[in-house]
Ligand binder design. Sequence first.
Ligand SMILES: [Zn+2]
Length: 150
Amino acid sequence: MKKIILILLGILTLFLISAIILFAIYKDKLHDTDEGGCGSPDKSILLINISHNVDEDCSELRYSKGILVQKCDIIEHWKIEIRGEQVGEGVLLERLMAEKFINTEKADSSIESTNRSVILRCDSSAPYKTIRFVLETLIKDGYWKILVNP
Ligand SMILES: [Zn+2]
């Protein structure tokens, strides 16, 4: 009986040592994963969100038991965010221009398109008008690697 307890303690000790070593090895990688913002695993990926964001309660947007029953079509309630910072429609083109070549390179030297990947995350009830505006602005700015709600 004593031998079994000693063996179990030995196995437990080995597990603990392994866990500590693995944590020490991957600790830095764990911190790196969120540098791109909002869980983006790759810093070179530009993450853009479109979400319903108003200070007061919205009378339009309604859910019942977690299921959407009425959409909000008030365009001003839908915000475009880059790394958690709200970006107005009037400055989106300029802002995306500044982001184009961060951590990446030009797709083609003769044109100003970028190889930078973009993930566009939209709430399921986000107005199509806003989504289309962001997509058109990205394309105008030379982005061509765009994933929508992957
Ligand atoms: Zn609303």
